[in-house]
Design a protein around this ligand. Structure first.
Ligand SMILES: Nc1ncnc2c1ncn2[C@@H]1O[C@H](COP(=O)(O)OP(=O)(O)OP(=O)(O)O)[C@@H](O)[C@H]1O
Length: 268
């Protein structure tokens, strides 16, 4: 008796994050009004919007350092605060304290402790992860310099190295290329886009429309999530007019859309 193989529908990949009527506050200030969206996993997600539109606030909530004021937010099916140690979060370099007497090597190594455990002695694997991260962002030659002796752009690269050294499978970066020279910005951009092939999901904020257009998924913000989806659906003239003002920006040329991303389809 011949048996035909049952056709099992492929399960939809689990999203990276799901928000329903999410509200975010800093004290009394409502920074992000009720927003609902879904972010795909294994992709590069760019968050874009004007100054003060809530990008950093949203990233803080996704990274589990700011609790929702209302609504629901899940990252990989759980409250993000439960993932604190499983997400690499690179803040804007301006938000880091100045005057801390640490070397570049110390700062990158600190990132590794979030993976290894604060009270554990770091082993060969940890040291290799630190060295590889410093090499990847080209700060190895700065290893013994104090942070205070670095330019803003060099410091920014050190913090990206700290995020990479953690080797978590979610990497969140707040304006990682702001203030970087062309070569450094390109290096960070390459690092961001090589993460999905390593199984790492990336969420990062940017002010650069072309960068957002090159992402797999875009979140457009203006005090709330105005649109969330593939760049061609989000970065439309109508959406950009609504957020930045009529005619202020031109929708980018979305050439990469002929080359579909390997991301799961948007369900947001
Ligand atoms: N710690 C804070 N306390 C009070 N209000 C805050 C705080 N951080 C941010 N805000 C306010 O929340 C809103 C969103 O700020 P957020 O930093 O998320 O914007 P952003 O889009 O990242 O801006 P930018 O592009 O300038 O970095 C702004 O109105 C801002 O003034």
């Amino acid at each position: 008796m011949s048996r035909s193989a049952a056709v099992v529908p492929e399960a939809a990949p689990a999203p990276l994050a799901v928000a329903e009527h999410l509200e975010l506050r800093h004290g009394d200030h409502l920074a992000v009004e009720a927003s609902s969206f879904t972010l795909p996993a294994g992709c590069v997600v760019a968050v874009i919007g004007p100054n003060g539109s809530g990008k950093s606030t949203l990233l803080q909530a996704l990274a589990g350092v700011l609790d929702p004021a209302a609504g629901r937010l899940e990252v990989r099916g759980e409250s993000p605060s439960r993932h604190g140690r499983l997400i690499s979060f690179v803040m804007q370099s301006l938000q880091f304290p100045q005057g801390v007497p640490l070397t570049v090597h110390d700062v990158v190594t600190m990132g590794r402790y979030t993976t290894a455990g604060w009270f554990r002695r770091l082993g060969a694997t940890d040291r290799a992860a630190v060295a590889a991260a410093m090499e990847r962002v080209r700060v190895t030659d700065l290893a013994d310099r104090h942070l205070d002796q670095l330019s803003g752009g060099q410091r920014q690269r050190v913090y990206v190295a700290q995020g990479l050294a953690q080797e978590h499978d979610v990497l969140m970066l707040d304006e990682p290329v702001t203030g970087l020279d062309i070569v450094s910005a390109r290096t960070i951009d390459e690092i961001i886009h090589e993460q999905p092939e390593r199984g790492v999901s990336v969420v990062y904020t940017t002010h650069d429309l072309d960068e957002a257009a090159a992402a797999d998924h875009v979140v457009l913000m203006d005090g709330r999530v105005v649109a969330s989806g593939p760049p061609a659906q989000v970065l439309t003239a109508a959406n950009l007019d609504a957020v930045y003002g009529r005619g202020a920006l031109h929708a980018p040329l979305l050439v990469h859309l002929d080359d579909p991303a390997d991301c799961p389809p948007d369900r947001g």
